[in-house]
Design a binder for this molecule. Sequence first.
Ligand SMILES: Nc1nc2c(ncn2[C@@H]2O[C@H](COP(=O)(O)OP(=O)(O)OP(=O)(O)O)[C@@H](O)[C@H]2O)c(=O)[nH]1
Ligand code: SF4
Ligand SMILES: [Mg+2]
Length: 408
Amino acid sequence: MQTTPKGFRLHVGIFGRRNVGKSSLLNALTRQQSSIVSELAGTTTDPVEKPMELLPIGPVQFIDTAGIDDEGSLGTLRIQKTKEVFDRTEIGIVVSAETQQNGSWTVFEQQIVDELQKRKIPVLFVFNKSDLAEPSPETVEILNQASIPFVRFTATTGQGILELRDALIRVLPEDFLTPPPIVSDLVPSGEMIVLVIPVDKEAPKGRLILPQVQTIRNILDAHQSCIVVQDTQLKDVLSRIQPPPALVVTDSQAFAQVAAYTPESIMMTSFSILFARQKGNLPSMIESTRSIAQLRPGSKILIAESCTHHPIGEDIGTIKIPKWLQKYVGGELIIHHVQGHDFPANKLSEYTLVIHCGGCMWNRREILSRQLHCREANVPMTNYGLTIAFLLGIFDRALKPFYNAKKL
Ligand SMILES: Nc1nc2c(ncn2[C@@H]2O[C@H](COP(=O)(O)OP(=O)(O)OP(=O)(O)O)[C@@H](O)[C@H]2O)c(=O)[nH]1
Ligand code: SF4
Ligand SMILES: [Mg+2]
């Protein structure tokens, strides 16, 4: 279970004021001392992530957060970290307790619920410390009015844990149970797909990377078949397959060679574009990609990568894309890079364009959240594969499989 990639787990964020028992609730759910608990307000400072198997949902990632009512300059920083967790949350648990100052419903609970509902994230309200006090009728009325389900819970004894689990299952988002397929719906069943995977020095030693493995698995699940080749073998292999394959999917780095070797009669796209659809809103990214045509020397661009790694050789995000973009606009661009969960959500309006990696290691919610932040700041957001296809002049060709299958 620990090896289940994070992007596959249902992310459940635990939010609330300080001292309501958020960490105690996480510990009760995981039956471990995953997060430190104390009677002092402000015990949890950074988000604490805990993976577990929650049947029948499967792999879940719980995220305990710092209290949303934290104070002082450090408190403000902690609240910022907590707010970043909204971006990857698929179910929000709002913990409160009647024993808190001003009762179980204050502007803070309102603020959390508003944030979750704005993002269309299902909310579950937990009246914790119900060994000490009953839920107030006023809060129950507010929750009923807003159609927010709630449970009573005692984190210190685990009383109410079964109701809590059942309630989590009931609010499970639809798209978590049925995420869009990666590739199988783009070609009729029985057709063959060729996957192009260059084995260069950027490729990890002795294994394939997650999006490649997931694509193969999706093809097998759909009872389709595939051939996996390096870019250097493609021409030869294509000349030997009869009837020809329906689709060629390539790593973005080999797009140019693959486009040259693949006859126009065979459809072609990239892993990164497949994942733009699986992990985010593809139509919006397509629209955003066209704004590359508006870039001018001096335009400011943000390149964001989900994983933190040291660039090797001709790294795609730090070297290749900047080089191709500057060649396209015919001058220097101002390019900033961010990695991991650092995303300057409040400063996006400075940029003319945001270019994101494929996001294959992340859940759909986090990429959708980034698209939402960009839309709010009026900044287009595209991804690596779409950008490369655009810069190479093969944008329409790379999208044809989606249009042909009426999947856009
Ligand atoms: N009586 C009772 N006490 C509880 C319950 N849940 C938590 N507590 C106590 O409340 C205090 C705060 O619990 P935490 O789990 O640290 O609360 P928190 O919301 O994580 O607090 P911060 O990390 O400071 O934001 C601790 O002393 C817990 O033992 C409960 O259900 N009943
Ligand atoms: S940086 Fe992005 S595209 Fe690369 S492996 Fe991580 S999530 Fe996937
Ligand atoms: Mg805590």
